[in-house]
Structures are given as structure tokens and as C-alpha cells.
Design a protein around this ligand. Sequence first.
Ligand SMILES: [Zn+2]
Length: 300
Amino acid sequence: MSLLIRKDHCTDPYAWGDMFPSCHPLLEEHHSPINLDHHMTRNESLEALHLEGFDAIQTGHWTLHNDGHSVVLQVGNGMSVSGGGLPDVYHTIQLHFHWGGLGTNGSEHTVDRRRYPMEMHIVNMKSIHPNLTAALDDPTGLAVLGFFIDVVYSDNVHFGHISQKLSSVAYKGQTTKVKPFPLMSLLPKHNMSQYYRYYGSLTTPPCSQVVVWTVYEVPIYISWSQLAQFTSQVFSTEEDAEQVTPLQNNFRHVHPTFSRIASVSKDAKLLTGTAGRPFRSAVSLHLPLIILLGSFISGL
Ligand SMILES: [Zn+2]
């Protein structure tokens, strides 16, 4: 809902196209996120990705930053992803989060049109590229690993490495150091061969259509209080702003797949939502979809 009433161009995905023409969703373009449903094609050759360095404790320090749109953990060098149908080796750069509001879910991808409470993205850049600018010119320049985040009653102690630091980056522009920890400890490590694969875009400007998406089927579980730290204790404004604004609903609307085929890995189970447990909001998905369809019609 809040997507519809936001006015400024930085936070309203529907207005990004005014400043970033590549964010305007034209027919047959391949944008993200998408809805993942039960009609995907199984690809028996899609086995678990090789996650190099994810089990190790990296040297140096990592940096957590509030950029006004999300909370971003820059992870330095030492980790890479490959295999699982990826066309090359990709170096891991950063991870960040998308979330909803106090009563709404905020994952970017949806499963059978249902949204999870949060989504984490691990961003990896093809290793042959010297910088992000070069990667954004390559149709498979980035590989993003997407993880749904669902909520249970008990804290996730590993996730605490990040959530406990959020108070230090509550306001836009703030940065804090994070002691490196094995990234694998955050992930659903027994279910890493279950995932969905498609080709899409960045979900923030410039919305470049250069991403090989791997969206994992089994979510990460955190507690209600850990979720609340994101939805109520992080702000999109600077500390000295006249009116501070909570950073909420930082997800882009769902886009049509058009002629794209979304595949499921060899071991994917095609789970439905969270085992039948009701999501907190289904409404937040359908309204933006109606608006998106409307914009296509008016653009023809
Ligand atoms: Zn993202």
C-alpha cells in the first residue's frame, strides 16, 4: 500500500523510469523481481552452487552501511560463487536486505503470489570485470543469490551478527565495522541444492538487465524481534533531518516474465509458501500488480 502514496523519486519504484529510463518496464524486457509459481521447468543439470570461502572467517573487517534504501554489508575479498549453471566465477561483493512495514511483508520475489517477510540478496560480480561499470555492460555480469527470510519465535544467533549492529547504522549515511563471520552460517545450509533460476535485472536503479538470479527455496528463519529491528529501527533519513522517516517497504514491484523461462534445480521441492502458514499480507502484492498492468495499457 505505501508504495502507492510515496511521492519522491528515490523511494518510489514506479517513478524510477523518469530518472533512469532503463527502469521503465517495456514489453518483453526482463526485469526483476518476478513471481515464482509451480509451473517452472525442472533442469536436472542445476546442482548446488560452489560457494568458495563461505565457510571460512575472512581476514580484515566488513562494513555495514545504511544507504537510505537498504542496509548493506560490504564483505571485502575472499569469497566467490560458481557452478550450478553459472557461466563463470563471480566474486562476492556485498549483501543487503529488503523488508516490509510493521504489518506487511517485504520480500521482492513472491512464491505463488505470496510475499515472505524479508529477502536477503548476496551480490556477486563476474570475476573477469575490473569494476561494476564493466559488469553492468555484460548480460550475465552479476549473479545474485536471493534468500527468503521467514519469522519464528526464537532468535537466529548467526543473524545477530548483523541485526545487533543495526542500531549503529539507524540513519542514512551511517557506517559501522562488522567482524567477519562464516557467511554460510546465515544460509539454509542443508537445502542449498534447492533453488530457482532465471535471468533478470537489478531491483534498484539503474535496473540493469544483467543478473543471473538464484532464488533459494528454503528460507532463513529469524525472530519477530529481529525482524522488528529492520522495520522499526532503521531510517531512510539522516540523523539530523527535520522529520525522520522509517525505512520500510524497500522492495520493487513484481514484473511479468514475458517469454522468460524460470527453471527449478534438480533437488527443488517446489514448496508452497511456508507450509501453509498464513502470510501477514497478500494485499501488498496485488495492488502494485494492478497499477503495473494499468501502466502497460496506457503506454500502448
Ligand atoms: Zn536487493
